[in-house]
Write a protein that binds this ligand. Structure first.
Ligand code: NCD
Length: 281
């Protein structure tokens, strides 16, 4: 039995298999259980859609579950794993999904744990990058990461998945990351304008309010808002990604810009999650 708890669990070939597979649909009469101990719109609903598209069924931990009677998360996972063939679990605490996976009789997919990892988001990010780079000959890529990078699980997983990709990447970071990638420079937010025309992939993230408990951390809070004046200085092939939810960091006027592909990125979440489910079942 195999879980997907981290990008570390996947080899280069397995990542390639999943990204290729996401173009196909296979029917299976299986049940996915979703246990989200933290809010979600896209991840949960795209997992549901992914499973329905495979011809499977979905059960979801009810709002009014026995957790309210003091049942432990361990017992909840044990229980649902008796009903479902595969589980997707999200938790606010880093490392908690890995702990809970020990109580499951069926494969577990990490749907995001604290500021640690979000492997399926990283896979759909890579799928989206591949899609838009397919028409460009060069494998050289300049990736700018914007936002609350230190506390972003999507960034943590993205750096790992890109490390296993075929791209030769130069990173421009606007804040500190947990594990720095190979080639990077760090810049201040007010310097973004000087570098923007060199960027192939601009990956935006929101301020992770719920993960910053230390008051001094709030100094990070950014005033930067991406607008078309800057976006129009990017190359024609450049793309803008965001895992969503967004706050103020991307102005809605950017949504109709050809480089804004974050809604396509959201759409890609369904096919990639179908492929991950198929891969683990
Ligand atoms: C992200 C998450 O939950 O980690 N959203 C998502 O799953 N697409 C990003 C975030 O919450 O900022």
């Amino acid at each position: 039995m195999k879980h997907l708890l981290s990008i570390d669990d996947l080899s280069k070939d397995e990542i390639e298999w999943i990204l290729q597979k996401s173009k196909y649909r296979v029917t299976k009469q299986k049940i996915l259980g979703t246990l989200f101990f933290e809010p979600s719109t896209r991840t949960k609903l795209s997992f549901h859609t992914a499973m329905y598209n495979l011809g499977g069924q979905v059960i979801d931990l009810p709002e009014n579950s026995s957790q309210k009677k003091g049942e432990s998360e361990e017992d909840t996972v044990r229980t649902i794993s008796k009903y479902a063939d595969i589980l997707a679990i999200r938790h606010s605490k880093s490392g908690r999904v890995r702990e809970l996976a020990n109580y499951s009789d069926v494969p577990v997919i990490n749907a995001g744990d604290g500021d640690n990892e979000h492997p399926t988001q990283a896979l759909l990010d890579l799928r989206t990058i591949n899609q838009y780079r397919a028409f460009v000959d060069s494998k050289d890529l300049t990736v700018m990461l914007f936002g609350d990078l230190l506390y972003s699980r999507t960034i943590n997983s993205l750096l790992k998945v890109l490390d296993k990709s075929d791209y030769n990447i130069n990173y421009i970071l606007t804040a500190a990351v947990k594990e720095p990638p190979k080639n990077y420079i760090t810049i201040k937010e007010n310097e973004i304008g000087f570098y923007i025309d060199k960027v192939d992939v601009l990956y935006m993230t929101r301020f992770q309010k719920e993960r910053r408990f230390n008051t001094t951390d709030w100094e990070f809070e950014s005033r930067f808002i991406l607008k078309n004046d800057l976006v129009n200085k990017m190359g024609r092939d450049a793309i803008i990604l965001h895992p969503f939810p967004r706050n103020e960091e991307i102005h809605p006027e950017v949504d109709n810009n050809v480089r804004a592909v974050y809604f396509k990125q959201i759409e890609n979440g369904v096919g990639v999650r179908s492929a991950v489910i198929e891969y683990l079942l």
